[in-house]
Design a protein around this ligand. Structure first.
Ligand SMILES: NC(=O)C1=CN([C@@H]2O[C@H](COP(=O)(O)OP(=O)(O)OC[C@H]3O[C@@H](n4cnc5c(N)ncnc54)[C@H](O)[C@@H]3O)[C@@H](O)[C@H]2O)C=CC1
Ligand SMILES: O=C([O-])CC(=O)C(=O)O
Length: 267
């Protein structure tokens, strides 16, 4: 299978290197997109096998699947050509899929597919299973070091000063739909959780700034007619981007590896 990577930041570069090292059986990296020719050349030099830097439209025509790992506002620029071409979009900017039934409809019409890998979230397997029955409630509390929230639209608009906090503060609470508008780069895991379970309008969320925290931490409570469960994850930051957990790119690699695996575990 031919894969292309849109955006070679923390997630994209790590997945590209795993593919380049031949660590993902059955998948070949055939192209990538970068923000500038200089960045592309510097990145290509880190690969054992040179790969062309192309436009998002060319990624869509050259590849069977395209991994989107761009800044959130760039999402449509790659999602639309990939889905219009009937290809598979591996979407990391999961927050950008909230309220986007139009993209799901586009995929249905063209035979394309949208996949949100588990990324930095845990337990989506159990949530999908309980969703076969009736889910009563899903709550997620995301706690982040204040610096990870400092550039969010809400923090800037309200003029919140999150520096020198003496203790953890709840910055915003509401439904995932409400919080996503204000913290687009911080709700990918909540977006994935809500899409797998009760939907963004019924999944409750709180965002906390916690000065004592080193790792992004997500705690989830689920109640349903089959199981109640609570889960928590503390994500070590990646070297390239402290806002992105190291597990995120590993989740993509694990997802790709199961394509041809003789033994597949989990939902
Ligand atoms: N689903 C999940 O669990 C998680 C999702 N994310 C999301 O995944 C996305 C990617 O995250 P990271 O890799 O950490 O971001 P990053 O900021 O490290 O990388 C983004 C890359 O896109 C490049 N870029 C910008 N404009 C471009 C253009 N026009 N053409 C090509 N490349 C361009 C940037 O130069 C950068 O290299 C973000 O939206 C982030 O919020 C992050 C962590 C977890
Ligand atoms: O925990 C992480 O690494 C990333 C995160 O909060 C998100 O994108 O929602």
């Amino acid at each position: 299978m031919r894969i292309g990577i849109a955006g070679i930041g923390a997630i994209g570069s790590s997945v590209a290197h795993a593919l380049d090292r031949g660590e993902v059986f059955g998948w070949k990296l055939v192209a990538f997109s970068a923000r500038s020719p200089e960045r592309a050349a510097a990145f290509d030099a880190t690969l054992n096998r040179s790969v062309p830097c192309v436009s998002f439209e060319e990624l869509a025509t050259k590849c069977d699947a395209v991994l989107e790992c761009l800044p959130p506002h760039m999402f449509d620029a790659v999602a639309l050509p990939v889905l219009s071409a009937g290809k598979t979009l591996l979407a990391m900017s999961a927050s950008q899929l909230l309220g986007r039934e139009d993209l799901v409809d586009l995929a249905r019409r063209t035979g394309g597919r949208i996949v949100i890998p588990s990324g930095a979230m845990l337990g989506l397997d159990a949530l999908k299973a309980v969703a076969v029955g009736e889910i009563y409630a899903v709550k997620i509390h995301t706690r982040k070091p204040p610096r990870s929230l400092a550039t969010a639209p809400y923090v800037i608009r309200k003029g919140l000063n999150l520096e020198n906090l003496a203790e953890a503060v709840c910055v915003l609470k509401g439904t995932v739909s409400e919080v996503a508008k204000e913290f687009p780069a911080n709700v990918n895991v909540a977006a994935a959780l809500s899409l797998a379970g009760l939907g963004p309008d019924r999944t409750q969320m709180e965002i906390w700034a916690d000065p004592d925290l080193e790792f992004n931490t997500h705690t989830v409570d689920v109640e349903s007619d089959s199981s109640n469960f609570s889960m928590s994850i503390q994500n070590r930051p990646s070297e390239e981007n402290p806002a992105t957990g190291r597990i995120t790119s590993q989740s993509v690699i694990a997802f790709l590896r199961q394509t041809y695996a003789a033994l597949r575990i989990g939902t």
